[in-house]
Ligand binder design. Structure first.
Ligand SMILES: Nc1ncnc2c1ncn2[C@@H]1O[C@H](COP(=O)(O)OP(=O)(O)OP(=O)(O)O)[C@@H](O)[C@H]1O
Length: 263
């Protein structure tokens, strides 16, 4: 079976040849099947965002390749949509216009766009805020606009950089359930970065564990707990076991980082 997304031996070097050169990713490889929900976990600064941006086509690797359905990617967009860590909203556009942005070329009528956009604004709990501007929103609300915008283009692959980090605990659980629903009902493929081990185990079919920088995927951990998952899932003994495997990995990598003198 062809992977929907495959990356092979990716190397990313920022400011190559300059004194401030940073080797962000080294020989990072992975394969993702359609309908999977993959989380990426690793020590701070190990190259997680760089990996996601490379998968989106925003960052060009110095070597290595990224393919979707066997075809090399040429840039952002197409079957992918990204939720950025810093939200990346357009400040001069309202919430509605931000969410509608990706639909300009969709061929939908004005009314169809309105219904579609409002569906996703409601999904993220922002009904009533559609005419507000980003500066009138809290950090968590801006993050939800970013999520609605990515979901609204209904991409095959959703790339999400710490999508729930600025969102309060209660809304976060609702958003997590939405992601699960969309993944299961619509067979979307989701790849997301998180610092929350609990979130990674709860949502993921597999967790990619990364080494310290230059990052590569050192462990590909299958979370063998059937979907749909509910809050009770969290009290299963295997849920706790997966959490401790990830925690021990992170502890070992951060210790390595300390020994290298990089913290
Ligand atoms: N555009 C850039 N130019 C130069 N260096 C960069 C750039 N983007 C990232 N870096 C560096 O590359 C390394 C990896 O950064 P990246 O943001 O991918 O890590 P991360 O694992 O997502 O970090 P965090 O967990 O803190 O969000 C870091 O040392 C960072 O400073």
């Amino acid at each position: 079976m062809t992977a929907i997304l495959e990356f092979e031996n990716i190397n990313v070097v920022y400011n190559a040849g300059h004194p401030n050169e940073v080797h962000a990713l080294k020989e990072a490889s992975g394969q993702i099947q359609e309908g999977e929900l993959i989380s990426i976990i690793g020590p701070s600064g190990c190259g997680k965002s760089t990996l996601l941006h490379t998968l989106d086509g925003l960052v060009r690797p110095a070597s290595g390749s990224v393919s979707i359905n066997g075809r090399k990617i040429e840039g952002p967009g197409g079957e992918k949509a990204m939720v950025f860590q810093d939200f990346a909203l357009m400040p001069w556009h309202t919430v509605f216009q931000n969410v509608a942005f990706g639909l300009r070329l969709s061929g939908k009528s004005k009314n169809e766009i309105k219904d579609h956009v409002m569906h996703y604004i409601k999904m993220v709990g922002l009904e009533g805020f559609e005419n507000k501007y980003p500066h009138q929103l809290s950090g968590g609300m801006k993050q939800r606009v970013g999520i609605a915008r990515a979901f609204a283009v209904e991409p095959k692959i959703l790339l999400m950089d710490e999508p729930f980090s600025a969102i309060d605990e209660q809304t976060r659980e609702i958003m997590q359930e939405e992601v699960l629903k969309i993944m299961l009902n619509e067979k979307k493929t989701v790849i997301f970065i998180t610092h929350s081990i609990d979130e990674a185990v709860f949502l993921s079919s597999r967790v990619f564990l990364m080494t310290v920088r230059p990052g590569r995927i050192i462990t590909d951990l299958k979370i063998d707990i059937p979907y749909p998952r509910t809050l009770e899932t969290k009290s299963l003994p295997e849920f706790q076991e997966y959490k401790s495997i990830i925690w021990n990995h992170l502890k070992a990598e951060v210790t390595r980082q300390y020994k290298k003198g990089e913290v």
